[in-house]
Design a protein around this ligand. Structure first.
Ligand SMILES: O=C(O)CCC(=O)C1=CC=C[C@@H](O)[C@@H]1C(=O)O
Ligand SMILES: [Mg+2]
Length: 331
């Protein structure tokens, strides 16, 4: 057993680590392949997967999260299955049906909007198609990834309110803009959620303290792990939507454990992103894909054959080993 502050030795981590590259069936965040590192810890498999452009300092929280999940027992869980939303990249309206067909039984769809190079008309067309497919009972939430300025966001909300929106995730980049937008659109009753203002902020609680969001989108890896994420949610005093960072089933299990440990879970969680991959690292029957609109809370074990088949080029493997070596030194 490790003490609370102790981390496993680098050599131990590297010895237990495997790197894979998972192809996506639909481009997401500009990516068509997701590279990630899997580590077999004494408590089970765990994942370290900061996006390639993230620097070592930002990646340190992701490594802490991975090591905590692999080396420390999980906190007590209060549920065994987690309702999840479909995640729809900023695809043309004509592709919406094809992408949504990957998610089994999800009543909620998170639609990406404000994509660079696109217009509000593209968003309207995509959302209209989603509403057509999910019917009036379906729930639609939007995620702009901070892509609108204040006036653009206000204008977009006026245009999109007719689609009956569950909430608006990170419509603008800064906490001040979120607070002002909330004030401007309060009369419409559409909640504002903070994502980047939690996971990329020096202080993840600043957005809650400023009264700039109605709910928080919480991701376990970027926040530094299960315990830290639970503390952030408890201190913020706001409802939380647990979301993925586009992990394999192994990393999704960390999000699922976080969602399962929360006393309240009022929203469907953004944990169905394995459905964006062509292949997962575990056998299809064990994959944490949406089934009947939920995923189960378990710790999937990668399939040895898949780990071999999904190995990237040697140079990429070495890149991940070098990255873990540098980031481990920062812990
Ligand atoms: O919340 C979801 O439905 C899925 C997760 C998701 O959307 C994201 C995962 C990884 C990176 C992010 O750009 C993105 C997000 O912004 O929430
Ligand atoms: Mg988001």
């Amino acid at each position: 057993m490790l003490d609370e502050q102790e981390h496993p030795a680098l050599a131990d981590i590297l010895e237990r680590m495997r790197v894979v590259a998972l192809p996506l069936h639909t481009r997401f965040r500009g990516q068509t392949v997701r590279e990630l590192a899997l580590i077999e810890g004494p408590e089970g498999w765990t994942e370290f997967s900061p996006f390639p452009e993230y620097d070592d300092v930002e990646s340190a929280a992701w490594l802490r999260a991975a090591l905590e999940f692999g080396w420390r027992p999980a906190p007590p869980l209060v549920r065994t299955s987690i309702p999840v939303n479909a995640t729809l990249p900023a695809v043309p309206a004509a592709d919406v049906e094809r992408v949504l067909a990957h998610y089994d039984g999800c009543r909620t769809v998170k639609v990406k909007v404000a994509e660079r190079g696109q217009t509000l008309v593209d968003d309207v067309d995509r959302i209209a198609r989603v509403r057509e497919l999910v019917g009036p009972e379906g729930r639609i939430r939007l995620d702009a990834n901070g892509g609108w300025n204040l006036d653009e966001a206000e204008h977009a909300v006026h245009r999109l309110a007719e689609f009956d929106l569950e909430y608006l995730e990170q419509p603008c980049a800064s906490v001040d803009e979120l607070a002002e937008l909330r004030r401007r659109i309060g009369y419409l009753g559409i909640p504002v959620a903070a994502d980047e203002s939690v996971r990329k902020a020096d202080d993840p609680l600043a957005v809650a303290r400023a009264g700039a969001a109605d709910l928080l989108v919480v991701k376990a890896q970027p926040l530094g792990g299960l315990r830290r994420a639970l503390a952030v949610v408890a201190e913020a005093g706001l409802p939380a939507v647990i979301s993925s960072a586009l992990e394999s089933s192994v990393g999704i299990a960390l999000g699922a454990h976080l969602a399962a440990a929360l006393p309240e879970l009022p929203y469907d969680c953004g944990l169905a992103t394995v459905d964006l991959f062509e292949t997962d690292v575990v056998a299809p029957a064990r994959s944490l894909r949406a089934r009947g609109g939920s995923i189960t809370v378990e710790r999937p074990v990668p399939d040895a054959g898949l780990l071999e088949r999904l190995r990237p080029a040697l140079a990429r493997e070495q890149w991940w080993r070098d990255r873990v070596t540098r980031v481990h030194a920062l812990l």
